[in-house]
Design a protein around this ligand. Structure first.
Ligand SMILES: Cc1cc2nc3c(=O)[nH]c(=O)nc-3n(C[C@H](O)[C@H](O)[C@H](O)COP(=O)(O)OP(=O)(O)OC[C@H]3O[C@@H](n4cnc5c(N)ncnc54)[C@H](O)[C@@H]3O)c2cc1C
Length: 384
């Protein structure tokens, strides 16, 4: 069934994103995977092409493309070609950091940060998770202490995508001076640029998405100007919760797109390969599996498309975003697993896209809030 979501403008943007992907990503991606890092030139090239900071208003150097369908097109193009690490890196920058600055940042903060985020000269990370606090962000121990016109930040973060390659992080820190589990108003968000006292740890050796760098970060009395406090002191957790629907929608888009891409690759593969004198696709089991998978892919696309429409209308609430993230990421996990099985031994070989997609999709049920947390968010809403 044809999707109804996209219009001519989105398809033109898709052509541009596809051309960028073929020209600037495809020839180098395998090397980036080996390096566990993408080069900065990728970011500036993407900036020149108008692929970063899509929602940034013109006055801050952007194109003001707040229609989420453009972000979705970009994610879909990276998923289609199995360049999911690029999708993840851009997702952190555009779906996670940017919405906070747009929604809560002062004019001055926007003026100083947004033009670089659009051009790709400033690459950003989200630094919320800590060794002792992932699902439960009230356990964050990184602290920020006021010192005249500045803040001094001390603490440790982990699993920070773009942490080595990037320039700055949106850091969640405790600002009420307390210890133990914090309250709703114990935390604040800061844009923290690399400098004295800000160090990156080793790369964490991930099972997939290797081209995206993911280190620990350490802050030792890092001096941050008060002007880089995002919004109001004590509102950090409320801001994180307020912008999570966009992050979760982005994960749902990636999940749906990777499921579609892997399904299509598997149809091609099972038509090409033979066993017992027949094509693999001619076995009833293969056809039944592919029939189920295609049905799931289409249902997921419809659900995600509806969520994108709701987001554009300002109606994607926390529970709806949690549900679509839950659904699409579980489908991505299951579809990549079953498609891998249909590839036989070749599915286990990294040269085959299905192996890479399987490992990449595995992250989707974990990050951006685990799916157990998604169920909790939805269940609490139902219980009232
Ligand atoms: C590759 C990768 C990239 C990441 N990128 C970033 C990033 O850029 N920035 C960032 O800040 N973070 C990032 N993360 C962190 C990610 O968001 C966390 O891993 C995730 O939120 C889970 O936290 P945790 O790992 O501490 O697990 P835990 O919170 O320790 O959870 C362990 C298990 O307990 C379950 N659990 C926890 N609480 C509950 C509950 N209330 N009810 C039921 N079950 C529960 C969880 O679902 C999970 O199954 C990344 C993680 C990975 C792996």
């Amino acid at each position: 069934m044809r999707r109804q979501l996209f219009e001519e403008d989105h398809e033109m943007f898709r052509e541009m994103a596809a051309e960028f992907n073929v020209r600037a990503v495809a020839p180098h991606y395998a090397q980036w995977d080996r390096d566990h890092m993408m080069p900065r030139e990728l970011w500036t090239a993407a900036g020149e092409q108008g692929l970063l900071g899509l929602a940034v208003p013109e006055e801050f150097g952007g194109l003001g493309m707040t229609d989420y369908r453009f972000r979705a097109v970009l994610d879909e193009e990276f998923a289609k070609s199995n360049h999911l690490a690029v999708g993840l890196a851009f997702h952190l920058h555009d779906d996670m950091v940017l919405p906070h600055l747009l929604a809560y940042g002062s004019e001055d903060l926007k003026q100083r940060w947004l033009p670089g985020m659009v051009s790709g000269e400033t690459v950003t990370s989200v630094a919320w998770t800590e060794p002792g606090a992932g699902s439960d962000l009230r356990g964050v121990r990184t602290k920020a202490v006021r010192d005249g016109d500045d803040w001094l930040i001390t603490g440790q973060k982990t699993f920070i995508g773009n942490g080595i390659s990037g320039d700055a992080a949106l850091v969640l820190a405790r600002t009420d001076g307390g210890s133990g589990r914090g309250g709703a108003e114990s935390f604040s968000l800061f844009m923290v640029r690399k400098g004295e006292g800000y160090t990156t740890g080793n790369q964490l050796d991930k099972m997939g998405l290797k081209a995206s760098d993911t280190p620990e970060l350490f802050f030792d009395n890092v001096r941050v100007p008060h002007a880089d406090l995002v919004g109001e002191e004590g509102q950090g957790l409320r801001y994180c919760a307020g912008q999570l629907p966009q992050g979760r929608l982005g994960i749902a888009v990636a999940g749906s797109a990777v499921a579609r891409a892997v399904y299509e690759a598997t149809v091609r593969y099972t038509k090409d390969r033979n066993a017992f004198g027949e094509r693999i696709i001619d076995f009833q089991n293969s056809r039944f599996e592919l029939a189920d998978i295609l049905t799931e892919v289409e249902v997921t696309e419809s659900y995600v498309d509806r969520a994108i429409t709701a987001f554009n209308a300002g109606e994607l609430d926390a529970s709806s975003a949690a549900r679509v993230k839950l659904w699409a990421s579980e489908r991505a996990k299951s579809v990549t697993d079953r498609c891998l099985q249909l590839h036989g031994g070749y599915g286990y070989i990294m040269e085959y896209p299905v192996a890479q997609a399987f490992l990449a999709a595995r992250l989707l049920t974990i990050f951006g809030g685990t799916n157990e947390i998604m169920r909790d968010v939805v269940g609490r809403g139902i219980a009232g």
